[in-house]
Design a binder for this molecule. Structure first.
Ligand code: PLP
Length: 359
């Protein structure tokens, strides 16, 4: 049995990918080995690694002057490694805060640089993206950091922001590869793999090559982007199995209409859920419509005393992982790339029935 998994991450993976992993688990393509058992320097794994990078470059349209790094340490590790690598002799960094993940990233960056909060929607309880005209950017900042999708609050930048000459750094952990996006607008993009890409343990960094090579002296080698780029992310043993599964996910995206196809399906899934939420009073989503996440849909019940019963009934109907983050409460449905629209429809049907019998 497989449940409909609405977890925020690690999250559901495409069934076809899991089936391929299962089929190849003991003997990868006649090698007589599992990918888990292969030397990362052997020709089999080197071919897996190279294909994954080539497919990611193709899917996301990554220009040749960007390095693609396959790292460890999660997106949280990058909260520190980005300032260690990208200050380039500067002292200040700008942050646009739209939720808790951006706050955490800013807190870590403050150990390495002077953090200027150029804009924040904290006063609106992170239910919107601050209007671009209100951002107070510092032209001397080393970079501007945004969280393109705030996983907890369900707030997403509707389009790639423009920060002019100052490099834009984006934490795309929870919306990478969910729609077409313009890599050339960014200096650096990073994401933990465990939502839209593959298993936990792998962190993707896409960085413009002129920004690297000036890491702070105490930066560990395995988190120095230049050293990792020079060694094709193999200065040490990489997370081989997660890299391999992620490569299968990139192929799955290619076979399913690329980012345009994925984006259309994600828009339809989000519309189905938000349209229902907006059509009645029992459930509510507080986020400004233009800034609503297509990946994470938080919602509250009119009567919070019914939360436990809602979750129990959902679980009984094989709808898993709907409990909201402890900092905002209520529910959250994470509907990443691998969630089929039928799963969202099942959730809406359950919500309707629950509201009908409890309202
Ligand atoms: N940033 C965002 C937007 C996230 O959603 C998460 C995890 O949920 C993180 C960062 C932290 O990622 P990791 O657990 O890979 O450090």
């Amino acid at each position: 049995k497989r449940v409909v998994n609405f977890s925020a991450g690690p999250a559901t993976l495409p069934l076809e990918v899991l089936q391929q992993v299962q089929a190849e688990l003991l003997d990868w393509q006649g090698s007589g080995m599992s990918v888990m058992e292969m030397s990362h320097r052997g020709k089999e794994f080197m071919s897996i690694a190279a294909a994954a990078e080539a497919d990611l470059r193709e899917v996301a349209g990554i220009p040749a002057n960007y390095k693609v790094l396959f790292l460890q340490g999660g997106a949280t590790g990058q909260f520190s490694f980005i300032p260690m690598n990208l200050l380039r002799g500067k002292t200040g960094v700008d942050f646009v805060l739209t939720g808790d993940w951006g706050k955490k990233a800013a807190k870590e960056a403050a150990r390495h640089a002077t953090v200027n909060v150029a804009a924040t929607s904290a006063d609106a309880k992170f239910t919107q993206v601050p209007d671009r005209a209100s951002w107070k950017l510092d032209p001397n900042a080393a970079y501007v950091h945004v969280t393109s999708n705030e996983t907890i609050h369900g707030v997403e930048f509707a389009a790639d922001p423009d920060t002019g000459a100052v490099p834009l750094v984006a934490d795309m952990s929870s919306n990478i590869l969910s729609r077409p996006f313009d890599v050339s607008k960014y200096g650096l993009i990073y994401a933990g793999a465990q939502k839209n890409i593959g298993p936990a343990g792998l962190t993707i960094v896409v960085v413009r090559d002129d920004l690297i090579g000036q890491a702070a002296p105490l930066t560990p080698g395995i988190f120095d982007y230049q050293q990792m780029a020079d060694s094709e992310s193999m200065l040490n043993t990489p997370p081989c199995f997660a890299w391999y599964v992620s490569g299968l996910v990139f192929k799955w995206i290619k076979a399913n209409g690329g980012l345009a196809g994925v984006g259309e399906r994600n828009a339809a899934k989000a519309k189905l859920l938000y349209d229902y939420i907006d059509s009645q009073d029992f459930y509510r989503n507080p986020v400004a419509k233009a800034d609503r996440s297509r990946m994470n849909v938080p919602f509250t019940l009119a009567n919070a005393e019914l939360d436990a019963e809602f979750l129990k009934g959902a679980k009984a109907a094989d709808l898993d992982g709907l409990k909201g983050h402890r900092s905002v409460g209520g529910m959250r449905a994470s509907i990443y790339n691998a969630m089929p629209i039928e799963g969202v429809q099942q959730l809406v049907d359950y919500m309707k029935e629950f509201a009908r019998t409890r309202a």
